[in-house]
Design a protein around this ligand. Structure first.
Ligand code: ZN
Length: 433
């Protein structure tokens, strides 16, 4: 399919560029993370903080139609040394994880946000099923008779009635547990296949259960009682979700964007952008290929491409505040001569980037990266060559000479036309590849 799409591009690329207009994007859709990417946009995660303040010791079937009855929900274990209850640790980590996943663009469904609640294991699982999540994560801590036992592990469903989700759950558990132990330094106790967990047997979505550590082990009990370690636990799980989603996106990235059809001329470039996270989509699962990109967003993309180096010296722009989400990117760009602003002590962050601006930014970026190819002899024969701004002329020569950018079929270059997100991605693809 990719090859077919490539052919379509060659035929329609330029005319499609002409046709694409740029509808304005609502201001709210331009939140900080979006320029560099919401890697979890379109991903829905269920989080179940295990147990609750007061157990409910009534019984419920441990699987649909099963005669095996299990406790509806218990209050869990307790720190042998700190006396901190498990339900409290689980909830603290769950709330931190919710925050992190949401910041990465995911939609999160929580079974509880308080310890003072009564919701059984079956009810929790049905709630997550109904939300249609991509993955459900159950958060627990463990206990043992032996105080020396320590480490983290993940339980996974293996029942025949969960045959549809067993394989996916296992794949997710392997990836997430690896990230969890990498972040926390906990011992990796591996995966444990289970057929008796109510929250697995009722699940219709891939599900994993992390046992973060042993509350009967002094070291882990004391660690799990601290904000610092809970933060690491949540970070490890968030890293795990990112690592798990990564390969999924690469498999079929176009599915992630409701407004990008596989036959669109820019589809392969957007696939590339999503795979590399150079430019990604919005939390609602769209990419807005025909929307404009602001100068702030463009500089943010270049800063990401450069690996987000830190800023040595801040350059003053009247319209850039330290607290702006794009501030580091603009300071970095100014410090490295990728931008000099708009010449009046301003940067104009909200201005839509024009084609000649995009190429100019990119030429300076290329120079910064050590690309010193000289295209100053390149002849520009566009019907509107005269309208190219003097400061952008060498950049357009460089862009055309190096094949990063071209004109339109009618012989124009349209230097002051605003570049669409799809065009920017195409130009970046041309540059990087
Ligand atoms: Zn538990």
């Amino acid at each position: 399919m990719k090859k077919l799409t490539q052919k379509i591009i060659s035929a329609f690329l330029l005319s499609a560029l002409l046709l694409s207009l740029a509808p304005a994007l609502p201001a709210s859709a331009k939140a900080p993370l979006q320029a560099t990417g919401n890697p979890l946009a379109g991903v829905k995660i269920g989080i179940d903080a295990g147990h609750q303040g007061k157990g409910n010791y009534g019984k419920e079937p441990n699987a649909p139609g099963s005669s095996v009855m299990k406790t509806k929900v218990s209050s869990g274990t307790q720190g042998r040394f700190t006396r901190v209850p498990e339900y409290e640790v689980n909830l603290a980590v769950a709330l931190l994880l919710e925050e992190k996943l949401t910041a990465l663009g995911a939609e999160v469904v929580m079974t509880r946000r308080t310890n003072d609640i009564d919701i059984t294991n079956v009810e929790r699982t049905l709630l997550i099923n109904d939300a249609g999540v991509d993955l459900s994560i159950k958060i627990h801590a463990d206990g043992s008779e032996n105080p020396d036992v320590n480490g983290a592990w993940m339980l996974i469903p293996t029942n025949s009635i969960t045959a549809d989700i067993n394989e996916q759950s296992k794949a997710a558990a392997e990836i997430i547990l690896a990230e969890f132990v990498a972040e926390t330094g906990a011992k990796n106790r591996g995966l444990q296949p289970r057929t008796d967990i109510t929250g697995f047997n009722w699940s219709t979505v891939p599900v994993v259960l992390i046992e973060m550590g042993y509350m009967t082990n002094e070291t882990e009990d004391r660690l799990l009682a601290t904000d610092e370690y809970r933060e690491k636990c949540a970070q490890g799980l968030a890293n795990g979700v990112l690592a798990w989603v990564g390969p999924q996106i690469i498999e079929d990235p176009i599915d992630a964007f409701s407004d990008v059809s596989a036959s669109a001329w820019f589809a392969p470039y957007i696939i590339w952008a999503a795979e590399t996270a150079v430019v990604t989509g919005f939390p609602d699962g769209t990419f807005h290929p025909n929307s404009t990109m602001t100068r702030a967003e463009f500089v943010q993309v270049l800063h990401s491409l450069a690996g987000k180096p830190s800023v040595g010296k801040k350059t003053d722009f009247a319209d850039v505040q330290d607290s702006d989400w794009f501030a580091s990117a603009v300071y970095w760009a100014a410090e490295n001569s990728v931008t000099a602003g708009t010449g009046d002590g301003r940067f104009n962050p909200a201005g839509a980037v024009t084609r000649e601006e995009a190429v100019t930014f990119l030429l300076r970026f290329a120079k910064l990266k050590g690309d010193n190819r000289d295209f100053s002899a390149t002849q520009l024969n566009f019907s509107d060559t005269d309208s190219i701004s003097p400061w952008a002329y060498i950049a357009v020569q460089w862009g055309v000479g190096s094949g990063v950018v071209g004109g339109y079929p009618d012989g124009t270059f349209l230097p002051q036309r605003t570049a669409t997100r799809a065009e920017v991605v195409t130009i970046l693809h041309g540059y990087v590849n």
